[in-house]
Design a protein around this ligand. Sequence first.
Ligand code: ZN
Length: 315
Amino acid sequence: MPPPFAKVKIQGLYGLPKSHTQVTTAVLDSVTDYFRRHRGRVLGVTGAGVSVASGIPDYRGPKGTYRVYGGYTPILHHELVLQHRSRQRYWARSFFGIRPAFLAKPNSIHFALADLEHGGYLNGLVTQNVDGLHIQAGSKNVLELHGTLKNVRCLNCDHTESRADFQKRLEELNPSWVTYFRHMAESGEEPARRPDGDVELPPTLQYDDFEYPTCDQCHLGHYMPTVVFFGGNVADHVRSRSFEMVDGADALFVCGTSLATFSAYRLVKHAREQGKEIMIVNLGETRGDKDATAKLEASAEAVVPPVAAALGVSV
Ligand SMILES: [Zn+2]
């Protein structure tokens, strides 16, 4: 059941500015028409805003700046590749921080987008999210632009294994850390979590004794999560595929993202250069606002599930 329109609460969601468009029946009708007009030729582009309701935090604000967690900088790609100490710190924090990501469940937006694909309205999704929730919700044609937290891959030989299996190996290697984190969990302390599986632990904590395995195929390389970290690059084949998906669509439906990362924004730019219709639904300013043919200042949650319901594709 979609939420009653009059009671949709938009103001203050995600801690963003108060300016917003009221999601009226007329607004929802126009989004519904958009999908009807471009049936089967709409490409969805999603970001962190879609997963907030699943408990995955969003660390970018309206202008792509880091917000709320003053001073927090996500781990950088080159640090993880080059520095043993950075890897110890990353894996120790991720060892603890990954658990909620394993447990996160898709929300009404993920399900509605999957329904729109099954119902023949959406022909695919390009997501910046690394949580795997679109696939878990049943979306089929999904390109994970920044990879997925579900796997780790050897930097030397590309051997890939599941993050869940890797977690078991970390547990075996670090019994004292298992105890430490168990005590922390039991104490009710809830450290701030990051979308990349990182977690804020006490600044005085030392990670010197945290052990992580090298690759069990080549016995040389280090594992890295199969995600694009800040400072890393989207793989060529992923970038090409993302452009192909835009080429194969007549219209873009962008939701729950400020398009702060260039890898996502350039898809909007590419679509605009081809004269395609671009609808953006996001609470807060986005980098693509000037390129959009329609911008709806609203949360994806207030729009996508009711539209899927109106199109009769909700299951
Ligand atoms: Zn290897």
